[in-house]
Design a protein around this ligand. Structure first.
Ligand code: ADP
Length: 421
């Protein structure tokens, strides 16, 4: 159980690690792309503002018919509309000397030719600006430079919000991933856990079943090894050992059988068999036994053959187990019936007896391994509680069903259904 808890923890850890890494990479990528996009949109807006200012300035120049040539001072009129968004507008002439500026502390010379730049002003408040320097070209000649700047505050605010969202969102999502991983780990482990528990129970039951006969063999052998006072007693002990050893051998072969035939059948082992013929041969075998046991055994089988795909040995074993039980649990003078019929494209085999029957509360459990109805009565009949489990395993491997109906003191009816196609 400890190993399962550890495996589950490891699964959760690996799941959270892999999903978490993917999440972090995605979040970082989304943030980076978000920054890029917003900056691009910001730059585009700044550029369109600069264009509008330039067009406006040029229109004024033409309206006043001022000539502009390379060395002229670029005259712009009086107003420098800051437009609400801009921090400053600066004009430089073609020699990069300052002509006009909306703010005071402006450098007299332009140091940067053209393009966008992020700068910081005011060391204390740390205001970040995006600055655009644009050469104004006329007839392929640079006649002036326009420099504008806008605060990056709105952009920074939105990025701050995104960062806050990510710093809260990523750990929360990681936590959710961890919980999901723990839940999924448990879900993934469930079949393995069930199989493990089943195996553990099976091993415990098998060892428990073997312990009693081994103890009996030991005590019988110890008595038999003592100096023989009574030869008959010694012979009786050895006979006991033989009987117990035989029963143990049956138990071991049953256990091996269950272990070996677990799961689906090997399709290569399946043969087209005549089910009616198989039942007829079983009927003959059990007729003799019925006479010996003073039971009335009848079979109701059709004349014509019926073929289906099955493993003949296994199928025979499944039916034999039902017949053996009917014979075992029906007292002298009772009746056992073997029937075959077809129902809804299924072959149906019924084994009915009017024996001791099964209590209602035991009925749902009789197909479980090692389950016996009232240990005492079963031990008397020598059963291990594996016969029905074996039959069920065989029938289910043939994609069929096995069911039981019984009334205590009146008898039982076991039914095997096998698909015909
Ligand atoms: P066992 O080897 O003990 O017979 P099975 O798995 O074949 O084991 O059967 C499980 C239990 O079901 C038996 O212990 C028995 O009590 C009960 N049982 C099975 N078949 C019959 C039947 N035909 N009549 C009454 N009880 C039955």
């Amino acid at each position: 159980m400890f190993a399962f808890a550890r495996s589950r923890r490891n699964l959760t850890y690996l799941f959270a690690l892999s999903m978490g890494s993917i999440l972090v990479v995605f979040a970082a990528l989304a943030y980076y792309l978000g920054v890029e996009n917003q900056l691009q949109a910001f730059d585009e807006e700044l550029y369109s503002i600069s264009k509008a200012i330039t067009v406006n300035a040029q229109r004024r120049l033409y309206a006043k018919r001022w000539q502009v040539n390379k060395n002229d001072v670029f005259i712009l009129g009086d107003t420098l509309p800051l437009n609400g968004k801009l921090v400053y507008i600066r004009w430089y002439n073609s020699h990069k000397k300052l002509i006009k500026s909306s703010d005071e502390n402006t450098p007299r010379r332009l140091s940067f030719a053209s393009g966008f730049k992020t700068i910081q002003i005011n060391d204390i408040d740390k205001i970040w600006l995006r600055e655009l320097t644009l050469p104004i070209v006329q007839n392929n000649v640079v006649i002036a430079y326009l420099q504008i700047a806008a605060p990056l505050t709105p952009l920074r605010d939105s990025l701050n919000r995104a960062r806050l969202f990510l710093t809260v969102g990523v750990p929360v999502t990681l936590g959710l991933i961890g919980i999901t991983g723990w839940f999924l780990g448990g879900l993934a482990m469930r079949p393995t856990r069930r199989a493990y528990e089943q195996l553990q129970r099976f091993t415990a039951d098998a060892s428990h079943e073997l312990r009693a006969p081994v103890a009996a063999v030991l005590s019988n052998a110890q008595v038999a090894l003592m100096p023989p006072e009574d030869e008959l007693e010694q012979h009786f002990r050895l006979e006991n050992i033989e009987k117990i050893a035989k029963s143990m051998s049956t138990l071991i072969s049953n256990l091996l059988f269950l272990a070996r035939h677990e799961g689906a059948l090997d399709t290569a082992a399946l043969k087209n068999i005549d089910l009616v013929l198989l039942l007829r041969s079983l009927t003959e075998e059990y007729h003799q036994q019925a006479t010996a046991q003073n039971l009335n055994f009848t079979s109701h089988l059709p004349q014509q053959s019926l073929y289906l795909k099955a493993d003949p040995e296994l199928l025979k074993q499944a039916i034999v187990n039902l017949l053996a039980n009917a014979f075992k649990y029906t007292p002298d003078g009772g009746t056992v019936k073997l029937r075959f019929l077809q129902r809804n494209h299924r072959a149906v085999i019924q084994v009915e007896d009017n024996g001791i029957g099964i209590p209602l509360e035991d009925l749902p459990h009789i197909f479980e391994r090692f389950y016996r109805v009232g240990n005492v009565r079963s031990r008397q009949t020598g059963g291990f509680g594996l016969g029905l489990a074996i039959s069920q395993q065989i029938i289910q491997a043939h994609r069929g069903q096995i069911t039981a109906n019984s009334v205590l003191g009146q008898g039982s009816i076991f039914e095997i259904q096998l698909p015909l196609s």
